[in-house]
Structures are given as structure tokens and as C-alpha cells.
Ligand binder design. Structure first.
Ligand code: CP
Ligand code: NVA
Length: 329
């Protein structure tokens, strides 16, 4: 398998074998790290991290992974660069491509990261757009495989806002990896039809299935993985909170959902999560709407079935695999 020089923009661009290769590589790198075995295979290389939206996990994962691989990192936040305001993405791509060996981009439309990749001449990695979050997918798949020993045939039920980056990406990933994906939400939040159609076509060859339904009991019964994400994503206006709470509260992941799924099921969330009043936004929502827990209850988040912190750790090992695979000579 040779992924040298490839961009990592969305999983639609990768075959199931290539995705498995990256997960396997991440598993090896994780073992090496745990054993204290150095793997500075990319010493002397430089990467740029562009963040037009905030981040804890993705930024730290790229930085730590880059350092472990022997690379130097330059971090650009939206206020500290000319991107988009004084300089187009196409021009930025050509400038950064001459200085750096690889570029990570987190921002708004998928077309921006695609344009950056088209002009950079070096690998570009998508650190989250409105439409997709591909590095998160590798971490999630590694976590699921570590837990169940396989991906094929796993039943993943995604609850909440299924028409944004996480719902879209999980649907594509499940289709590629032969998993059973169910979006369980109000029909206003189902993923976009074209993408559903693409995934159903992919599923034919892999044994996956794609289901969209509003009925919670039917969707969660027997699920191996219950997955959710925030109901209002970065970049969306505050005004949408009221409608989201009204429409998505029936799809909150709570004790009843986990009970229906069964004892063997795991709970996953890409994080950050609103499960208590320990965040400014969580408190604001409580003051306005009177709810203390939003997409997931504290009981589930902190409970024995939750693997959210293993999942967060795996961001680093999988991002390291992506950089190593695409940058090695
Ligand atoms: N899951 C995730 O992408 O987290 P950050 O926004 O903290 O990077
Ligand atoms: N849907 C969320 C994911 C955060 C990792 C967002 O875009 O804000």
C-alpha cells in the first residue's frame, strides 16, 4: 500500500483497503509509543496547521504526532494569517506549498480544503469542514475495532444532527467498512439525499447497510455503538439552539437509550460534549431553556459504556498514521 503524496480530504476518496491500512498503521504506532519505541521517521520535515475554527483534540493530535515523527509545526489561527481576507485560498496554497511538506486545514466549506489541496503541491489533511471530519473517522474505527475486534457487521446508530460533518462522515465510513449505519433523528436532520445514495451504492459491495429512521426504540435496539455529537456545530448561529433543542430532545442519548441498546453496547462522541453545567455554553443553554444536559446525559457520558476518552486519545495515533503514510518517501 502506498499513500505517499496523497491528500486526506474525505473518506469518499479512499478504498476500504486504504482505510484499513491507515487503521493498522495507527495501531502499530500506538503500540510503539506505549512501548517507548521512538518513530521519528519524518525528521527534518515541516508542517503547517491552519485553524479557522477552534480545536482542542485535532490541534493537539497533529502537534504531538508531528513531534513524535520528528517534524516541526507552525500553527496559524484565523486572526494570525491573511487567509481568505487579504489572500485567496489558491494563493495561500501556492505560498505554503513552497515552505511546508504538509498542510492541515480546519474550516468551513469542504470546497476550501479541496481548493487548498488543488494548489498546494504537498499533502493537505482535512481537520474538519462543515461537511466532513475524516481524521475523526480513523480514530473512531480504531476505537471500535479495539473494543469489538472487528468492524464488519458492527451496528452503529447515530443520534441527533445527522446532516452535518459527523453524521455524513460516519455514514460514508460505515458504508466503506461493511458496517450497519442508522441515522436516528427527526427527518429534518437526515443526511442529504445524494450522499445517502452514494453510501447505499458503496454498501452493495461491502455488505454495509444505511438506514434513516425517526423511531428511537427500533433504531437503538441491539446497536453495538451509540454515537452522538453536539446539536449546534461550530460556525452555526446561536439562534438555531431553540429549534434544535425542540426537535432533537427526543434523540438525546440517555440511560433509556443505552438500556435498549444493551449492556454490550458502547457510547461514542467525537467531543466536545454538553453533558453537564461545567461549560459556558452549557450554562447559557440552561439559563435560556432550562436543560442541564443536552445531546447526552452525564450518566451515560461518565458511565461504564462510554469510550469517549479512548476515542479522543486515538485521534493522535490515527493522525500520526495519516501524516506518516502521506509524507514518507
Ligand atoms: N473531535 C474534535 O475534532 O475535537 P476538537 O474540536 O477539539 O479538535
Ligand atoms: N459537529 C461538530 C464537530 C466537532 C468536532 C462541529 O462541527 O462543531
Amino acid at each position: 500500500m502506498n499513500l505517499a503524496g496523497r491528500h486526506f480530504l474525505k473518506l469518499k476518496d479512499f478504498t476500504p483497503e486504504e482505510i484499513l491500512y491507515l487503521i493498522d498503521l495507527a495501531e502499530t504506532l500506538k503500540k510503539e509509543k506505549k512501548n517507548g519505541q521512538a518513530h521519528a521517521h519524518l525528521t527534518g520535515k515541516n508542517i503547517a496547521l491552519i485553524f479557522e475554527k477552534t480545536s482542542t483534540r485535532t490541534r493537539c493530535a497533529f502537534e504531538v504526532a508531528a513531534h513524535d515523527l520528528g517534524m516541526q509545526v507552525t500553527y496559524l489561527d484565523p486572526s494570525a494569517s491573511q487567509i481568505g481576507k487579504k489572500e485567496s485560498i489558491a494563493d495561500t496554497a501556492r505560498v505554503l506549498g513552497r515552505m511546508f511538506d504538509g498542510i492541515e486545514y480546519r474550516g468551513f466549506g469542504q470546497e476550501i480544503v479541496e481548493a487548498l489541496a488543488a494548489g498546494a503541491g504537498v499533502p493537505v489533511w482535512n481537520g474538519l469542514t462543515n461537511e466532513f471530519h475524516p481524521t475523526q473517522m480513523l480514530a473512531d474505527m480504531l476505537t471500535i475495532r479495539e473494543h469489538f475486534g472487528r468492524l464488519k457487521g458492527i451496528k452503529l446508530t447515530y443520534m441527533g444532527d445527522a446532516r452535518y460533518n459527523m453524521g455524513n462522515s460516519l455514514m460514508v465510513t460505515c458504508a466503506k467498512m461493511g458496517m450497519h449505519f442508522t441515522a436516528c433523528t427527526s427527518k429534518n436532520y437526515f443526511p442529504e439525499e445524494n450522499l445517502v445514495e452514494y453510501c447505499r451504492k458503496e454498501a452493495v459491495g461491502t455488505g454495509a447497510s444505511i438506514t434513516l429512521m425517526e423511531d428511537v426504540d427500533a433504531a437503538v435496539k441491539g446497536a453495538d455503538v451509540i454515537y452522538t455529537d453536539v446539536w449546534v456545530s461550530m460556525g452555526e448561529p446561536d439562534e438555531v439552539w431553540e429549534a434544535r433543542i425542540k426537535e432533537l430532545m427526543p434523540y438525546q442519548v440517555n440511560g433509556k437509550v443505552m438500556e435498549l441498546a444493551g449492556k454490550e453496547a458502547i457510547f461514542m462522541h467525537c467531543l466536545p460534549a454538553f453533558h453537564d453545567l461545567e461549560t459556558a455554553i452549557g450554562r447559557e443553554v440552561y439559563q435560556k431553556f432550562g436543560i442541564k444536559e443536552i445531546e447526552v446525559t452525564d450518566e451515560v457520558f461518565e458511565g461504564g459504556q462510554s469510550v469517549v476518552f479512548e476515542e479522543a486519545e486515538n485521534r493522535m495515533h490515527t493522525i500520526k498514521a495519516v501524516m506518516l503514510a502521506t509524507l514518507k518517501e
